[in-house]
Design a protein around this ligand. Structure first.
Ligand SMILES: [Ca+2]
Ligand SMILES: [Ca+2]
Ligand SMILES: [Ca+2]
Length: 388
């Protein structure tokens, strides 16, 4: 596991979106805010061209998903994240998306009031009223916040200042075993092609329209790397259909050999993670996708948290600092290309904590109940006429 620890460091960066008129530039600032590590890795990149219509969610599919915009005070910058509506007044997102709003964070006060845009940046805006971050996120033993996105409790609930309008989809929570299940990812962030040829982050496209696609949850972070809490983070890889870029098989393979001269080769056992993806439907989170949802059976099952790739010294072509001749990452950088891994916070792991906090002020009426209410109003009208 010599490779992973180095990767943790490369993942520690902060994603910002600069807003100047209609121009939005995405930049990455290394080690700016360690707690915000995963922020730099969120958006969906796509197996095929990112403008292919197959990746554009319909209005119906965007319903119940949101963009969170948190202005950075004293600047014209804002953090962007994604989230999912889970009650009439509550959004589930990643803790690192709202940590600067929590008094326990060293960055407390850095950002102003978060704006929540329903169904993407073009949708209705509701301001956030309060936040609750899972305590594991700040726990010095369990959460290891210095490791940012790898903290064990990267999940938060945002409470809105007013309820979402009628007709807004409210997602239920998945409480089954997500490992081995295909998840549908819907998110608003950086998009681009998995082969690294194009990358894009604009208000008009990625933040407004979002992207949709699939990936397979294959293992949890602890069972893959003996790190974190068992079951808390769900791991998947960005496949292009080839064994050469089957990242999870490469990372899980325990054997490697030295070829001399600083060169190493992992003896890849493809049977350890044989899945090669879903062809053009395969997607991977990227910048600003943080907090976005992954859905199984129409229920929220995962929250985009972090990405993992091989530290650049092992794939930069320079054997003097060590080099894997068969590194799976198609581009030697943490940029959501084919051959990288990602982790989602598991909703099932935090199911009880979430359910204890979700507020449904009124029991959602069943269709039969609605019919009775209608009948009752009708009867009242008739009665009034009779009196007149
Ligand atoms: Ca995959
Ligand atoms: Ca794979
Ligand atoms: Ca890469």
């Amino acid at each position: 596991m010599k490779k992973l620890l180095v990767s943790l460091c490369t993942g520690a960066s902060l994603g910002l979106a600069a807003i100047a008129g209609s121009t939005v530039v995405f930049t990455s600032e290394a080690n700016a805010v360690p707690l915000s590590a995963a922020n730099a890795r969120l958006l969906l990149k796509t197996a095929g061209h990112y403008q292919n219509a197959r990746y554009i969610p319909t209005e119906q599919q965007r319903n119940g998903t949101v963009v969170l915009q948190s202005p950075i005070l004293g600047t014209d910058l804002a953090h962007y994240c994604s989230g999912t509506v889970v009650s009439p007044t509550q959004i589930v997102t990643a803790a690192h998306c709202v940590e600067s709003q929590d008094p326990r964070s060293p960055d407390y006060g850095l950002t102003g009031t978060t704006r929540v845009y329903l169904g993407g940046l073009g949708g209705q805006m509701i301001t956030a009223a309060s936040y609750e971050i899972h305590p594991f996120y700040f726990d010095p033993e369990i959460g290891t916040p210095k490791l940012g996105a790898f903290a064990a409790g990267d999940i938060a609930i945002v409470t809105l200042s007013e309820p979402v309008p009628a007709g807004t989809k409210i997602y239920g929570l998945y409480n089954g075993d997500p490992i081995g299940k295909v998840a549908t990812h819907i998110s608003y962030g950086t998009t681009g092609n998995g082969d690294g040829t194009e990358e894009s982050f604009t208000p008009e496209d990625s933040l407004t329209r979002g992207r949709i696609g699939q990936n397979l949850y294959e293992i949890d972070l602890y069972n893959a790397f003996e790190f974190g809490l068992e079951g808390a983070h769900l791991i998947y890889d960005f496949d292009d259909g080839t064994p050469e870029h089957n990242a999870l098989a490469w990372w899980l393979s325990p054997l490697e050999r030295s070829l001399g001269g600083g060169l190493y080769e992992v003896i890849v056992d493809q049977s350890l993670a044989p899945d090669l993806g879903f062809g053009l439907d395969e997607v991977m989170m990227a910048h600003n996708d943080s907090g976005g949802g992954a859905f199984i059976d129409g229920l929220l099952a995962g929250v985009h948290s972090f990405g993992i790739s091989l530290a650049e010294q092992w794939c930069d072509g320079d054997p003097r600092n060590g080099e894997y001749v068969n590194a799976p990452d198609m581009t030697c950088a943490l940029d959501s290309s084919f051959g990288e891994l990602a982790g989602d916070t598991s909703i099932a792991f935090f199911y009880d904590w979430l359910m204890a906090r979700l507020i449904f002020p009124v029991e959602i009426p069943a269709p039969a109940t609605l019919g009775l209410i209608g009948f009752g109003l009708l009867g009242l009208g008739l009665g009034r006429r009779r009196r007149a």
